[in-house]
Design a protein around this ligand. Structure first.
Ligand code: GTP
Ligand code: MG
Length: 149
């Protein structure tokens, strides 16, 4: 079963967009299998964003992400990594379509309210990094109302 790591960034928490982001994934039909709040350490964030180390915006990105609490989630469902990225919208809000989370709720790339894993492999790494305690296993009785097969 495909899973992705979705995180509401500190600006999303401060601006009260947490419920809206959860609502979009929930009402789409995805299954929530992990959820918590945390104020991440800089070391943890540097691991999460290790691929971007050396980019000119890296220090600002770590400062931004360490500036307050984040909401960490794992969502499960068919093609949820790619579809979740579509729901978030393009990295730069100026390029995000209206109707996407970033297109609807933000203006600046350095304050783009949410994170989503960019591939199945990075999703697995990010889930292990943010949820070493593991995920919540349960069956949803509505599964046949979301999927034909
Ligand atoms: P995430 O879901 O947060 O990983 O975003 P992404 O996958 O759409 O973009 P990427 O992984 O390339 O960049 C990670 C984050 O760094 C972005 O979401 C932005 O918050 C920030 N970022 C990326 N590019 C820029 C930039 O050019 N300037 C600034 N200030 N921030 C950037
Ligand atoms: Mg990324």
């Amino acid at each position: 079963k495909e899973q992705t790591y979705i995180m509401v960034k500190p600006d999303g928490v401060m601006r009260s967009i947490v419920g809206e982001i959860i609502k979009r994934f929930e009402t789409k039909g995805y299954k929530l299998v992990a959820l918590k709040m945390a104020v991440p350490s800089r070391e943890h964030l540097e691991k999460h964003y290790e691929d971007l180390n050396g980019r000119p915006f890296f220090a600002g990105l770590i400062n931004y992400m360490a500036s307050g609490p984040v909401v960490c989630m794992v969502w499960e469902g068919r093609n949820v990594v790619l579809e979740g990225r579509k729901m978030l919208g393009a990295t730069k809000p100026s390029e995000s379509a209206l109707g996407t989370i970033r297109g609807d709720f933000c203006i600046d790339v350095g304050r783009n309210v949410c994170h989503g894993s960019d591939a199945v492999e990075s999703a697995q790494k990010e889930i292990a990094l943010w949820f070493p305690e593991g995920l919540c296993e349960y069956e949803k009785p509505t599964v046949s109302w979301v999927y034909e097969n």
